[in-house]
Design a protein around this ligand. Structure first.
Ligand SMILES: Nc1ncnc2c1ncn2[C@@H]1O[C@H](COP(=O)(O)OP(=O)(O)OP(=O)(O)O)[C@@H](O)[C@H]1O
Length: 233
């Protein structure tokens, strides 16, 4: 039996009194690039962190390829945090070795090739990297993992247009969109629209629309950006 890449059922997540996710249902059963879009505070990070096993669901369930998420799900899903996950005191090369020890599916060869493509000097200390290069290293070590699900929390946020374009191209070129489901949360919808297979709009902790992009264009006669303006307004 083929399990969905991601299956969320009745997921409610509260932080003290704030309900961040309200009874969310979502099934991602095809590979490809999935856009997760919504205003600030709509619950995107909470959804990704819960799918990555970093937050416990309050009520409901989240499975990845049929397995209930927990910290052990790390071998099925790679998570790129919005906040930095690199250690300042390491060199880029040491960070690569570190990740290869933490994740059995991590390919040092792929990481080195991606970093080479991005023209990163692997002898540099993480703390000496520019903001753009730090973001490049973050994406390279995430894409160097061979996992069915990638959860990328705002990988383009706060970066200049050149770095954003480069990172987006890396994601497209170096994820296997026929085999992996890659969720990317972003505010830069127009930028990612040409590459999206699936779109999820969230607002106030609820999913307002989740749809195959081709179906959305056919049934609504709208681009993703137009649909976003209508659905999220
Ligand atoms: N650790 C926390 N403690 C208390 N409330 C939190 C915490 N993390 C998130 N929240 C609240 O939960 C709601 C959803 O936050 P979340 O970060 O998931 O949204 P988001 O869509 O990722 O936002 P952004 O686009 O600004 O990153 C917000 O109201 C936020 O203030």
């Amino acid at each position: 039996m083929n399990h969905p890449f991601i299956d969320v059922k009745g997921l409610t997540k509260k932080y003290r009194r704030k309900t961040a996710l309200k009874k969310i249902d979502l099934t991602i059963d095809s590979p490809g690039l999935i856009g997760l879009v919504g205003p600030n505070g709509s619950g995107k990070s909470t959804l990704l962190k819960t799918a990555a096993g970093l937050l416990r669901p309050g009520k409901g369930s989240v499975t990845i390829l049929g397995e209930t998420v927990s910290r052990r799900i790390a071998d099925q899903a790679a998570y790129l945090a919005e906040v930095d996950s690199l250690y300042d005191y390491q060199t880029v090369r040491q960070a690569v070795v570190f990740f290869s020890r933490v994740y059995p599916d991590f390919s040092v060869e792929k990481a080195e090739s991606l970093l080479g493509e991005l023209k990163i000097d692997t002898g540099m200390k993480i703390k000496s990297l520019s903001k753009g290069n730090r973001a490049r290293v973050k994406i390279a070590v995430t894409l160097a993992r061979d996992v069915p699900v990638l959860l990328l929390d705002e990988p383009l946020s706060g970066l200049d247009p050149i770095v954003r374009e480069e990172i987006l191209k890396m994601i497209i070129r170096h994820t296997d969109l026929n085999r992996q489901a890659t969720v990317i949360s972003t505010h830069e919808v127009a930028e990612v629209e040409p590459f999206l297979d699936y779109i999820i709009f969230v607002k106030d902790g609820s999913i307002l629309l989740s749809e195959d992009v081709e179906t959305l264009r056919e049934t609504r006669g709208q681009s993703v950006v137009q649909a976003m303006r209508e659905v999220l307004s």
